[in-house]
Design a protein around this ligand. Structure first.
Ligand code: PAF
Length: 301
């Protein structure tokens, strides 16, 4: 039976933004939290200055019914995904659709063996910007778009995912089902592989990545991404990647990247899933990727 509820893991910036947008839809969005936390938020919509008060629906993990979660969005940091999915296993229905939304790659490989064959893993990437200056404040800083798709060819799973995710696709607009999601994920990986470690190491805003002194490094990182992606069957032109990196850095010029903030606040970073993922794949294919290796050394966790 189709259940009109979308469960969202955590109350991070993107997870809270999604529920705030889904409030206007005929769908119930529930944020699953690990500890009692106030569900009241002062929400500042995009390009507005005055916050409005909203209340999200939250539920503690242990309050969920076993075998009850049909649609699960996972907007967590990459390094949190595996443990979070393990905790959620008893609560998922056998046909559950799980949507991964994070920077970097590699989580799908980590969780596919702990899930059932009947579970569907959807990969997503979003360019929305959201920021939570405190637990009770949410600011929608950048209007972006979200793309979703399957990394495997399975028509039955695709139909099910589209059906279950329909309220999300229409409610978190603009949001599109993308048959070329793998390419979009690699493009995002290249963006993060350049902008994140450079802004984190030098503690600069995204816009400064475009300065001449970083050009050689960006060129080398992109060259290596093209090579490794090619081994995985994803074709890119280096100049196209560089152009996209610069475009994103310019569009988010005044922002601090997520890795910049993680390093600043001495938190764990997603480096192992970004440049680390490229290095791990390169090792498998016996390719040298010294620029990505250097980024990994710059940002040690
Ligand atoms: O991780 C981030 O901060 C973002 O993905 C991006 C695109 C680099 C913009 O800041």
């Amino acid at each position: 039976m189709m259940d009109n509820t979308i469960h969202i893991l955590g109350m991070g910036a993107i997870g809270s933004l999604i529920s705030s947008q889904l409030k206007r839809q005929p769908v119930k969005a529930i944020n699953i939290v690990r500890r009692e936390i106030s569900a009241k938020l002062e929400f500042t919509p995009y390009q507005q200055t005055k916050p409005t008060h909203i209340k999200l629906n939250t539920c503690l993990t242990q309050q969920l019914e076993l075998n009850s979660v049909q649609t699960l969005l996972v907007p967590l940091k990459a390094f949190q995904v595996k443990t979070a999915i393990e905790t959620m296993l008893p609560y998922l229905t056998p046909e559950a659709v799980i949507v991964l939304m994070h920077n970097g790659l590699g989580c799908r490989e980590q969780i596919k063996d702990i899930l059932l064959d009947t579970h569907t893993i959807v990969s997503a990437t979003t360019t929305h910007g959201a920021f939570k200056p405190s637990d009770n404040e949410l600011i929608h800083t950048g209007l972006g778009e979200t793309r979703l798709g399957l990394l495997v060819n399975n028509q039955e799973q695709e139909n099910l995912a589209k059906l279950y995710l329909n309220p999300f696709l229409s409610g978190f607009s603009p949001c599109h089902w993308d048959p070329e999601i793998e390419r979009k994920l690699w493009l995002k990986l290249a963006i993060n592989a350049c902008i994140n470690p450079i802004t984190a190491y030098f503690q600069i805003k995204n816009g400064l990545v475009c300065e001449t002194q970083h050009q050689k490094l960006i060129d080398a990182i992109c060259q290596e991404v093209v090579h490794v992606a090619n081994c995985k069957g994803v074709q890119f032109d280096k100049q196209e990647l560089i152009k996209t990196v610069i475009k994103v850095a310019q569009a988010t010029a005044e922002n601090f990247s997520s890795m910049n903030r993680d390093v600043f606040y001495k938190r764990q970073t997603e480096i192992n899933y970004i440049n680390g993922y490229i290095v791990a794949l390169a090792n498998q294919y016996q390719i040298d990727v010294p620029a990505n290796q250097m980024m990994l050394e710059w940002i040690k966790n």
